[in-house]
Structure formats: structure tokens, C-alpha cells
Design a protein. Structure first.
Length: 257
């Protein structure tokens, strides 16, 4: 797939909740290998759009295509298996399980052995267990948590839970990684480190990244292209320089940034 050919196509996506239109006819493409930012004021519809893309909620209308396959209204596990991983605005770890177990669970979507083989403890299941454990340790090493693999996730500090959630998303072996406010609660130094880390992930895993972020300077310095939502509508789309100087964007953020 060439960089000119979209990996993810969003076409006229609308999502209504009763009389509220949370996402209103949004269309844009995300190209392979790019870091794409989705910004907008609170209530703009950003997380709702993420939830539609990943199948957590169906769109009221519109179409989604990922790697030339229609994924509109597919179940979340089928979308994940196809190659879309995500983190959440409100962290959703298994807080009573260890860091290692959290990452291993995500890999079960790709396991080759059957449930019966696992119950019977057959060699194929044991091989899968060894493989998932080794892979989970690699990912924990990547996010700097390998030394805490056996610790309960609920005891981790907020920033470490964010990193663990990224490791779990990577365990799905995604082509497209959706990050929902990954810099929330971080100081300036941590945000700078996060930007470098996201670039490293993109390059190391040949990923495409779509991220929601409220810290506009981080987005402007990190992303190849940016889409701006306001009240569910797409009001700007382009490279950081053109978006930064767009009058509609300046108006939307007036008093915010």
C-alpha cells in the first residue's frame, strides 16, 4: 500500500445520541506511516469518533474502510484482529492483574491454539504461552516496565499505567494505533519524552498513529497532519502550519490556548 493510498478512510461519519449530534458528517483519510492528530475543544466529538472507528459504538450513518476492507459496524474484536489497536481517555487496564498478564491477555486475539488445546495443556498451547509471555516481556521492556512485570497494574502511578496501556495496545500487533489523550496528566518534560516515544513506535513497528490530544504544542510538533473538530464537525484539515493559522481553528481555541 503506497503512502498516497489511505490506510483508514472515514466517509461522512455521523453519530447521534438522541437529539445530540456528537459527530456530524466527518470525512478524512489517514495515510500509512503518518502521525495524524485529532484536536478540538472538549465535547467536539473526538473520543466518540474513536469509539466508532474501533466498533465500540456504531455510526448513525457513514462508512469506514481500513486497508481496503469495510469495517463499518464490525465487532470490536474483529476490528482489533484486522489491525487497529487503541488506548483510552480513561485508562482501562485489568487493575487486579499484573502488568505481564495485562499485556498477555491482549495477545490472545492472535493465538493459534484452540481453547480445548489450552484446557488440555497440549504442546501447541504451551508453545503459545511461551511465545505470548516472551512477547509481553519485550513490550514491557520497550515501555520501561519490564522490571515491574509481576506488579499489580492497579498499584502503578498514572503515567506508568499509560505506558502499560500502550504496551497492551501494541500486543494486538496493530497497523494503526489510536492514542486517546496519551499526554494527559504529564508535565512538560514527560510530554517531550512521549513525543519521541511515539515517533520511535511509528518507526520501529512500521505503525500509523492517530491521536487525540489537548496539548496543542505537542500535536503541532509531532503530527504530520491534523484534523480539527468543533461541535462534531470537521472545521480544518492539513499540515500543522496551515491548521495553526486557520481562522476557524483560532476562533475555536480562542481563550483555550
Amino acid at each position: 500500500m503506497s503512502n498516497d493510498h489511505p490506510l483508514l478512510s472515514i466517509r461522512s461519519i455521523t453519530r447521534r445520541f438522541g437529539g445530540l449530534v456528537a459527530v456530524d458528517g466527518v470525512s478524512f483519510d489517514v495515510r500509512p506511516g503518518e502521525i495524524f492528530g485529532l484536536i478540538g475543544p472538549n465535547g467536539a466529538g473526538k473520543t466518540t469518533l474513536f469509539n466508532v472507528i474501533t466498533g465500540l459504538i456504531p455510526p448513525s450513518s457513514g462508512e469506514l474502510t481500513f486497508a481496503d476492507v469495510a469495517i463499518t459496524r464490525r465487532a470490536p474484536f474483529r476490528i482489533a484482529r484486522r489491525g487497529i489497536g487503541r488506548t483510552f481517555q480513561n485508562i482501562r487496564l485489568f487493575s487486579d492483574l499484573s502488568a505481564l498478564e495485562n499485556v498477555q491477555i491482549a495477545q490472545h486475539i492472535h493465538e493459534r491454539s484452540s481453547t480445548l488445546a489450552q484446557v488440555l495443556g497440549l504442546p501447541s498451547a504451551r508453545r503459545d504461552d511461551r511465545r505470548t509471555r516472551a512477547r509481553a516481556m519485550e513490550l514491557l521492556e520497550l515501555v520501561g516496565l519490564a522490571g515491574r512485570a509481576s506488579e499489580i497494574a492497579g498499584n502503578f502511578a498514572y503515567g506508568d499505567q499509560r505506558r502499560l496501556e500502550i504496551a497492551r495496545a501494541l500486543a494486538l500487533e496493530p497497523q494503526l494505533l489510536l492514542l486517546d489523550e496519551p499526554a494527559a496528566g504529564m508535565n512538560s518534560s514527560e510530554k517531550h519524552e512521549l513525543s519521541a516515544f511515539i515517533r520511535q513506535l511509528r518507526d520501529q513497528f512500521d505503525l500509523t498513529v492517530l491521536l487525540i490530544e489537548h496539548h496543542v504544542p505537542l500535536v503541532m510538533g509531532l503530527c504530520d497532519r491534523i484534523a480539527v473538530l468543533e461541535f462534531g464537525k470537521l472545521i480544518a484539515l492539513g499540515d500543522p502550519a496551515s491548521v495553526r493559522n486557520d481562522p476557524a481553528v483560532i476562533q475555536a481555541y480562542l481563550g483555550d490556548e
